[in-house]
Each structure stands twice: as structure tokens, then as C-alpha cells.
Design a protein around this ligand. Structure first.
Ligand code: HEC
Ligand code: HEC
Length: 420
């Protein structure tokens, strides 16, 4: 099976272990409030600001001053990182560089990782930019919704009290913490499954009640794990998951000690639709231990076919997973409605709309979409060719489409691209 690594993750972030709280011994890892709040904070830096500019100052502005100011704080437009924060905010907000309804699709996020400046500032920083914009967006959205009254955006509130505490639906839903399976193989072709019951999410989500989340883990080296193939089974309806974060926590740590959390944001820019798939035969009622990877009908379906690397510094750890958002979804099918909901609206329209036709194309509606479609012939349709192959050019700034997604596009075009 081909193995694709998301670029940039080999650079291991070095985050010192927290020594706070070492006085209490921890035999079984439990999910305490401090841990949850810490994970949530890593997903989106907290801000207690109640205004857009306040939130910007606490989050994205800090990021931009550190990574982009050399050019966008001096002479290169857009000037979103200048000394004067009011002026920077005006530029950052009054353009379409930040996408408050879908932070991962922000142009800032792709430019923070696309190496357009040839310097360290604009490469490998997409996750960080996205986390900053997510926190900033929560406040902007709350202000827009409530005329300025709500102090949204505090992610501690999201974890504690559900989306309303954050003012917008950008909170992290966090799984329980699971110890890594003992004796992980050092054979680099062998992965072991880990399973989380999604009944135990904090805050709970009715959309995934009864379902299980799995991923495969490998001991890649003495200091590194590799994870791949997140899967979900037992859903009662299709769900769309935005942002999957896998966090490693050293077993010797208590409380909030976490290693290389930045590299844990491996699927943070992804939006995936998990279709309804029954639990494979042989799933124990309660997932107390990782199940051997199934085969045939026991094989859990792949939610996303990319392999990822998590670089961590010890090999005796536990994983916690967080999801930015879980919503109902239209199941992926070869129809325009499904392709639009699952792919075009979520992964293309931020850069290809009627008013902003990058490369000359828009995916705002059916008629616009036909401009890059040759009915009956996927191979002659740029919608298909730009998103397919080993190194597709689209979408920029996030993972390539899955084979299920390009398959749906191909079948729809082969069927003469009806408006269905
Ligand atoms: C060394 C200089 C330099 C640094 C550092 C830099 N940029 Fe840029 N940036 C440029 C130049 C030059 C352009 C215009 C050419 C282009 O679009 O590639 C640009 C263009 C952009 C654009 C496109 C604006 C448009 O009108 O479409 C965005 C967005 C952007 N940069 C974001 C960032 C972010 C975010 C960072 C920091 C993470 C960053 N840049 C760091 C030089 C830089
Ligand atoms: C972050 C911004 C961004 C996203 C997201 C994005 N595009 Fe693009 N796209 C561009 C830009 C910029 C261009 C023009 C420059 C180029 O051709 O590389 C472009 C060009 C294109 C082109 C014409 C060039 C070609 O490769 O054939 C097609 C077709 C296209 N995009 C399709 C898509 C589709 C389909 C999606 C969603 C799956 C998507 N794009 C997502 C920014 C984006």
C-alpha cells in the first residue's frame, strides 16, 4: 500500500515536559480538567477577549508578528503584521485572507505553509496559523451573532460547557486518553489499532453515539511514533469531521505534560465525511483493549487514506484525540448535491467562488462548476484532473482529496454531470 507522508512533519518540535504536578503519582491516565483544557488550548489558543481586535491581538497577530512581520510588517502587502495593531487588524479582517466560518480554508493558513517567501516564516506553520485563526474566529463569530455582547472564544468554556461557551462551533471534542498498546512492533510494516468509544467524548456528541474511532499506530523509532488511517464505524448517520488532532502524552507525566503537541495536529486542516458503516463483526461491546486490525468484512473503513507522522520523544506514552467539529453530513455519493456538500463547498469555494475565481474557476454553484467539467469524460475535466494523481495541484494548502472523493467526482462526470 502506498504510503504518503504529509510534508513538514519530520521536523520534530521540541516541547519540554511539564514538571508541574509531579508530586502525585499516576498509574492510570485519567482525563482531568486541566488536561482537557490544555489539549483544547493547543487546538486553539485561548483568548478571553470580547472584541474582534482583542482576539486578533491575542492570537493571529502574535503569530504574524513572529513569522510574517519581516515582510508583511514592513513593505510587502498585505500589511497585516505592522506595528500598529489597529491597522494590521483592518488589513487582516477586511480582506478574505481569514475564513471565519472555516478557519482551515483560510488563505493565511495555506500561505503559512506554502513556502511562498522562501524563508522559515512561511513554511511548516499552517497548523499554528489555523489554531490562531480558529480562536480569533470564535470571537468574531460571537460578536457578529450577538452584537458584541458575548465573550466567546474561550476554549476552556467550550470544553466545559459545549459550543455555547465558545460563542461559535469551533470547540474541540476530546476523547478519553488511551495508553499505547504494549510491545508495539518495530517492524516498519506493522501497525496496531487503537480504538476510542465516541460515547465518551467531552463534550458529548449525539451524532457519534455508539460509534468507535480507530487509528493505526507504529513504533517508528525509539523516539517516534507514526499514525495513519483514522477510521470510524457504527455511526447512525453520515458525519462530517473537521480537524482531527492526535496528542501524545508521556506516561511519566501527570496533568498537562504533553510532548510535541504541534506535530500532533496532523489532520488539523482536513475535513472528512465518514459514511455510515456498521461495526465489523467481532467488536467487543466495550473497547477495553485495542483490536487486531481486521481484514475483509472485519476491516474498518478508511476515513482518510493518508499516513502521518507524529514525532515524539519517548516511547511509553498515551494518546488523546480531539476533533474540532462534528456535524451531520450528506453521505458521499456521485451526485452534484453530495459532491457540492462534501467537497466543493468545504474544500474549494473559499478560493474558487463567483467573485473570486482563482485560476478562472468557481465552484459556487452547478453552472459555475460545469466550466471545469467535460460531461462524460473525467480525464478531460479539470475538476477531476486537478484533484487526482500522485501529486494533484488542488486543493492547495490541505490534503489531497481521498480516493472515495475523486471516485465520486469521476462517476458523476461519467454519468454526464447531472444537476442531481
Ligand atoms: C520574506 C518575505 C515574506 C514573509 C516572511 C512572508 N511573506 Fe507572505 N508574501 C510575500 C510576498 C513577496 C508576497 C507576494 C507574492 C506572492 O503572493 O507569493 C506575499 C503574499 C502573501 C499573501 C497573498 C496576498 C494576496 O494578495 O493574495 C498572503 C496571504 C501572505 N503572503 C501571507 C503570509 C503569511 C501568513 C506569512 C507568515 C506566516 C507570510 N506571508 C510571510 C513575502 C513574505
Ligand atoms: C487555498 C486556495 C485554494 C483552494 C482551497 C483550492 N484552490 Fe484551486 N486554485 C487556487 C489558485 C490560487 C489557482 C490558480 C493558480 C494555479 O493554477 O495554481 C487555482 C487553480 C485551480 C484550477 C485551474 C488550474 C488547474 O490546476 O487545472 C482548478 C481546476 C482548480 N483550482 C480546482 C480546485 C478544486 C476542485 C478545489 C477543491 C478541491 C480547489 N481548486 C481548491 C487556489 C485554491
Amino acid at each position: 500500500m502506498a504510503t504518503n507522508y504529509k510534508s513538514g512533519l519530520l521536523a520534530l518540535a521540541t516541547i519540554g515536559l511539564s514538571t508541574a504536578g509531579l508530586s502525585s503519582c499516576i498509574a492510570t491516565l485519567k482525563q482531568d480538567d486541566a488536561t482537557l483544557a490544555f489539549y483544547a488550548q493547543k487546538v486553539a489558543p485561548a483568548t478571553t477577549a470580547t472584541t474582534g481586535i482583542g482576539a486578533f491581538t491575542d492570537t493571529f497577530y502574535k503569530f504574524a508578528r513572529a513569522n510574517c512581520a519581516e515582510c508583511h510588517g514592513a513593505s510587502n502587502t498585505p500589511l497585516f503584521a505592522v506595528d500598529n495593531v489597529t491597522s494590521a487588524y483592518g488589513v487582516a479582517k477586511n480582506n478574505t485572507y481569514a475564513n471565519f466560518s472555516n478557519p482551515s480554508m483560510s488563505e493565511f493558513v495555506s500561505y503559512a505553509g506554502n513556502n511562498h517567501c522562501g524563508k522559515a516564516g512561511c513554511s511548516g506553520h499552517s497548523s499554528e496559523a489555523e489554531a490562531a485563526i480558529t480562536a480569533w474566529a470564535a470571537v468574531e463569530n460571537a460578536v457578529a451573532q450577538n452584537g458584541g455582547g458575548n465573550n466567546g472564544g474561550d476554549n476552556g468554556g467550550v470544553i466545559g460547557g459545549g459550543p455555547q461557551g465558545g460563542g461559535a462551533n469551533t470547540g474541540a471534542l476530546v476523547t478519553t486518553t488511551l495508553n499505547l498498546p504494549a510491545n508495539l512492533s518495530t517492524n516498519l510494516t506493522t501497525y496496531t489499532a487503537m480504538r476510542w468509544s465516541l460515547d465518551n467524548l467531552t463534550p458529548a456528541s449525539a451524532l457519534v453515539k455508539g460509534a468507535y474511532f480507530e487509528l493505526e499506530v507504529q513504533k517508528f523509532s525509539a523516539t517516534t511514533y507514526r499514525v495513519r488511517y483514522p477510521k470510524i464505524v457504527g455511526l447512525s448517520g453520515a458525519v462530517r469531521i473537521t480537524g482531527i488532532h492526535v496528542f501524545a502524552k508521556a506516561a511519566s507525566d501527570v496533568g498537562i505534560g504533553v510532548e510535541d503537541i504541534g506535530a500532533g495536529d496532523v489532520w488539523s486542516t482536513d475535513v472528512v465525511t465518514a459514511a455510515v458503516v456498521a461495526k465489523p463483526n467481532g467488536y467487543p461491546a466495550s473497547p477495553t483493549a485495542p483490536l487486531a486490525l481486521g481484514t475483509g468484512t472485519n476491516q474498518a473503513p478508511t476515513l482518510d487514506s493518508f499516513s502521518m507522522i507524529i514525532g515524539i520523544r519517548s516511547n511509553q506514552d498515551a494518546f488523546t484525540v480531539a476533533f474540532d467539529k462534528i456535524e451531520t453530513a450528506v453521505a458521499l455519493q456521485p451526485t452534484f448535491a453530495s459532491i457540492d456538500a462534501n467537497i466543493l463547498s468545504t474544500k474549494c469555494v473559499s478560493c474558487h467562488s463567483t467573485n473570486n475565481k482563482n485560476g478562472g474557476y468557481s465552484y459556487s454553484n452547478y453552472t459555475d462548476t460545469l466550466a471545469s467539467v467535460s460531461k462524460g469524460n473525467p480525464g478531460a475535466s479539470r475538476l477531476y484532473t486537478s484533484t487526482t494523481g500522485t501529486n494533484p495541484s488542488m486543493p492547495t494548502g490541505s490534503l489531497k482529496l481521498t480516493s472515495a472523493e475523486t471516485g465520486a467526482i469521476s462517476t458523476w462526470i461519467t454519468n454526464n454531470a447531472p444537476n442531481n
